[in-house]
Ligand binder design. Structure first.
Ligand code: GDP
Ligand code: ZN
Length: 477
């Protein structure tokens, strides 16, 4: 039999309430050991439909009703002291988070209360849960597949609306269904192959290498589509890294401020200032964006604003997008040229700023030098062109594709790696089909592809992978 586990499920610190969660077959007996309900509930008078208070008072072992929140005291049975006044609920298996019996105790949210009650819980037959153990049990008991369990981590850690939405979809099983669909198609091919190997002379529809090739190619395309979504998926999860560059006085700080004003910063865990650059986390169109002011240094040097091209280079390399600002009211300078050279072929939006002063810069020449860049005319000082910048960023994140609400994004590195391996196994199979090799050999690679996809949802996965996944959880989840 599995142990009964317990942990504080809410964040530590001062809060209105803090919740202790207990899961396992002893959950109810643990609760009964120290919980004294104060029944003051209303009893319905059948005929009159009138409610009347009915005080039951402190009763030891008062039956607790499944799924009903009960008000009462936690009594330390060693000292007879009241530890806290709580609301407790017992949820009977199997329709619970873990599929086991679950108890949740809503204590007052101080660390003191939670620690004392948890100690009592642990003395009464439960043991401390490992990080992620509740969710691991939900997975091992078959309530969640591995992608859904991973979605729980992502939901907890989500820092933008968009990443929360994607995780919620994944918890709902959108990714799993997608993978299952591909696996079913592979299974069809495997069955065909196996039948043809086992009964080569029977009157079974013979597998033709042409159909097999076509089908495998189609399946390969489906896998590739998921792989292609990983770039967007990573950005949704980690943030779109945008480096703001340009020589002094073109309007970098003004732009940074304009973007910050409109898009409230929601993340504070990254310190605002790194050594040479200022990073600001904002949300643009529900996409998390990390704005890197590469010339953060120019404000730390007193007299001469100096651009550190070498330093900027480093942040270019991290960036998903470069926002180059030029002073449109001036001709291109040598400094501008140097920066353009350093940017090279990186994905770039060029802002021709200070349009309110009239355009002087030679745009034709710019287009020649940066043929792949997007150009936007702005007057940052007057707030002109900011919306256009935001639209363009969104477009780039979604690779110019129209966003579909139901579309699946791969946001998890583990999934992305397995998809790449599955695709490569499939390509091996396709190669052998083309060469007309024996079905026995083809079968091996198709099967490998099938199994690698199974690892994503946790169907064919080793214990060490499972441990690895759940080690990323926090305590109490
Ligand atoms: P940075 O050195 O690149 O960070 O540039 P700043 O943002 O500090 O701006 C330098 C100067 O240009 C400031 O006086 C701004 O008010 C001004 N500035 C910024 N954008 C515009 C604009 O679109 N039009 C005009 N006329 N001035 C601007
Ligand atoms: Zn500045």
């Amino acid at each position: 039999m599995e142990d009964t586990i317990a942990a504080v499920a809410t964040a530590y610190g001062e809060g209105g309430i803090g919740i202790i969660r207990i899961s396992g077959e002893k959950a109810l007996s643990v609760l009964n050991a120290f919980f004294r309900p104060m029944r003051k509930h209303m009893k319905q008078k059948e005929q009159k439909n009138v409610f009347e208070p009915d005080s039951v008072g402190m009763t030891n072992g008062e039956p607790i009703v499944n799924r009903r929140l009960t008000y009462g005291h936690i009594i330390d049975y060693n000292t007879n002291q009241v530890l806290d006044e709580v609301l407790a609920v017992y949820m009977k298996a199997p329709y619970t988070y873990t599929t086991e019996d679950v108890v949740e105790i809503n204590c007052h949210g101080s660390i003191v209360s939670l620690r004392k009650v948890l100690e009592l819980v642990l003395k009464s037959g439960a043991r401390m849960a490992d990080p992620g153990e509740f969710t691991k049990r939900a997975f091992l008991n078959g309530r969640l597949d591995l992608t859904q369990a991973e979605a729980v981590i992502d939901l907890i850690k989500a820092k933008s609306d968009k990443s929360f939405d994607v995780a919620l979809g994944q918890l709902d099983g959108t990714l799993s269904k997608n993978i299952e669909q591909i696996r079913n198609l592979l299974m069809d091919e495997l069955v065909n192959i196996t039948v043809n190997i086992d009964y080569p002379d029977e009157d079974i529809e013979e597998i033709t290498y042409d159909t097999l090739l076509n089908n495998l190619l189609q399946i390969g395309d489906m896998i590739q589509k998921l792989i292609d979504s990983a770039d967007t998926g990573r950005i949704i999860k980690e943030g779109f890294k945008v480096a703001i560059v340009g020589k002094p006085n073109v309007g970098k700080s003004s732009l940074m401020n304009a973007l910050l004003r409109e898009n409230r910063a929601i993340v504070t865990d990254v310190p605002g200032t790194t050594r040479d650059t200022i990073v600001e986390d904002i949300t643009i169109k529900s996409i998390p964006v990390k704005l890197i002011d590469t010339a953060g240094i120019h404000h730390t040097e007193d007299q001469v604003e100096k651009i550190g091209i070498e330093k900027s280079k480093e942040s270019f390399n991290e960036a998903d997008l470069v926002l180059l600002i030029l002073d449109g009211s001036q001709p291109l300078s040598i400094e501008d040229q140097e920066i353009i050279e350093v940017i090279g072929a990186r994905r770039t939006i060029v802002l021709i700023n200070k349009m309110d002063l009239g355009q002087v810069v030679d745009e034709k020449k710019l287009l020649e030098e940066m043929p792949k860049a997007s150009f936007i005319h702005t007057s940052v000082k007057n707030g002109q062109g900011i919306d256009e910048i935001e639209d363009k960023m969104e477009e780039l994140v979604f690779n110019g594709e129209v966003k579909q609400s139901g579309s699946t994004f791969i946001t998890n590195v583990r999934h992305a790696n397995l998809l790449v391996s599955a695709k490569s196994a499939l390509e091996d199979a396709i190669h052998m089909v083309r060469l007309g090799e024996a079905l026995e050999f083809i079968e091996i690679d198709v099967k490998r592809s099938f199994e690698l996809l199974g690892e994503i949802i946790g169907e064919t996965v080793s214990e060490s992978v499972i441990d690895e996944v759940f080690s990323r959880f926090c305590l109490g989840k």
